[in-house]
Ligand binder design. Structure first.
Ligand SMILES: Cc1ncc(COP(=O)(O)O)c(C=O)c1O
Length: 470
């Protein structure tokens, strides 16, 4: 990272954490230049960059100020206790499918979407990598890369783990059809029908559908929007129930955006070791952090091979290519074998394209741009919610990803809100699809994954008006 980039990241972190408050004047260029020992032009470059990201603005002859957009009017929701039985049969698929079907219309304002705007991805550059990968692929490669995955791609992924501080034998890596296949294979490797699996509450809806399909029972562990999964509750449940696996997200949890800090990751790992319970660590949003450094996963601590760390290119580089992976610890062989018996392998050309792109395409540059776009879109959505949503609404402020989780006053029914909003061409993801017991009725997940426009602003105004009718 260049000096001005590092300085910009440091200031952005201070703004995100509220140390530099909205409306506050930033230290002058001269002050920063002196205190950091960098040239005034480096400070200017850093401030220009923050201006372009929508975090600060220049006032003629007065200096630079934190933009008002980052105001904190709506409060952050607290942790919600899990309602209902401690171990639940899961039956959400019908609801999830009916909601997902209703979100298909490409003309709606896509607040319910699970993907960022395709225009934020380097699709033309990836297409060149695909063509090159295909041209250079020897005929034997079409089948050679089938077990475990394309060797060049596995090498590139292992390299990124090492750069992120995780030492990992390449043998542990299995390339999969997206993170979804990785998570399915891992769960099947460590459970049998009827087993108990600890999951988050609220949870990514597809994880609930997987449990339902495999006839597993969910032990829902509450997630704190600021600190991640509640480890006291987890310790209690692990002590009392024969839980066979945990399926958690340590970063940018979907839908809350919560991340575990380093001490909580260590405490979680200690619990897994104490109870000999494997962890499916779903890290699909790992690359979408707004802070300067990627946080390390629980996998980084994994001497015992208990952690199956699942990643994906779907959210950060190549949606639709269906390429993900798992670093599967002790289960690597079982996972690779079960893949051979089910889907055989992910598409070989898609793997070759991503391997070439990672090597030559400027992945880190693309990621920096994507993160900055998402961060300024988050600011815009937060500001619009502050302006237009009714008093008593609460919202998360995740340090990455592209989802906000809203907790509305109890009287709001988000399934009804969805129906009303769809009739006006606005989508959203209602709370009950994120719960094994269809809780969170007064909550919703909204995506800021698309560039912010006047249409987005109007949709927030209209949502605010609809909310006020409950
Ligand atoms: C939390 C989480 N895990 C996994 C996935 C699936 O990722 P992929 O598209 O790589 O299968 C998603 C996608 O929505 C997700 O949100």
């Amino acid at each position: 990272m260049k000096r001005y980039e590092r300085l910009a990241e440091d200031v952005a972190t201070l703004i995100r954490r509220g140390v530099l408050a909205p409306g506050e004047r930033l230290p002058s260029v001269r002050q920063v230049s002196r205190s950091r020992g960098v040239s005034p032009s480096t400070v200017f470059q850093a401030y220009y960059r923050l201006e372009a990201r929508g975090l600060i603005l220049a006032r003629p002859r007065s200096g630079y100020f934190v933009r008002d957009q980052a105001r904190r009017l709506l409060e952050t929701p607290g942790i919600s206790p899990v309602r209902g039985a401690e171990a639940a049969e899961v039956a959400v698929s019908e609801l999830v499918f009916s909601v997902l079907d209703s979100l298909q219309d490409a003309d709606t304002v896509p607040f319910g979407s699970a993907f960022p705007c395709p225009g934020l991805f380097p699709l033309p550059r990836l297409a060149r990598s695909m063509a090159k990968g295909l041209r250079e692929m020897g005929s034997e490669a079409v089948v050679a890369g089938m077990t475990g995955g394309d060797p060049a791609l596995r090498h590139q992924i292992a390299r990124r783990y090492v750069l992120g501080g995780v030492r990992l034998p390449v043998d542990e890596l299995v390339i999969t059809n997206g993170a979804m296949e990785a998570l399915n294979l891992c769960l099947q490797a460590v459970t049998r029908p009827g087993d108990l699996v600890a999951i988050e509450s609220p949870a990514f809806y597809a994880s609930l559908q997987v449990l339902e399909r495999l006839q597993l029972r969910a032990v829902e562990i509450p997630v704190d929007p600021r600190h991640g999964v509640d480890l006291d509750v987890l310790a209690d449940r692990l002590g009392r129930w024969p839980i066979k696996a945990c399926w958690f997200m340590s970063h940018l949890q979907n839908p809350l955006g919560a991340s575990l800090d380093e001490s909580r990751k260590r405490a979680l790992y200690d619990l897994l070791v104490e109870h000999e319970v494997p962890l499916l660590e779903d890290d699909a949003y790992a690359e979408l952090h707004f802070g300067p450094q990627p946080p390390w996963p629980v996998k980084a601590l994994d001497e015992a091979g208990l952690v199956m760390h699942c990643g994906s290119f779907s959210k950060c580089l190549a949606p639709g290519y269906r390429v993900g992976w798992v670093a599967a610890g002790r289960q690597a062989r079982a996972v690779a074998r079960s893949q051979l018996m089910t889907t055989i392998s992910p598409s070989v050309p898609a793997q070759a394209a991503i391997a070439d792109y990672l090597q030559h395409g400027g992945y880190d540059r693309h990621l920096r741009r994507l993160r900055h776009a998402l961060e300024s879109q988050q600011q815009a959505m937060l500001a619009a919610a502050d302006r237009h949503f009714p008093a008593g609404s609460r919202v998360t402020r995740p340090e990455g990803g592209y989802f906000l989780w809203f907790e509305f006053p109890e009287r709001v029914d988000s399934l009804q809100l969805l129906r009303l909003a769809l009739a006006e061409g606005i989508s959203l993801a209602p709370g009950p699809i994120f719960s094994a017991t269809q809780g969170y009725r007064h909550c919703a997940r909204l995506s800021y994954g698309h560039p912010w426009t006047a249409r987005s602003e109007r949709a927030m105004v209209r949502l605010g008006e609809l909310l006020a009718t409950f």
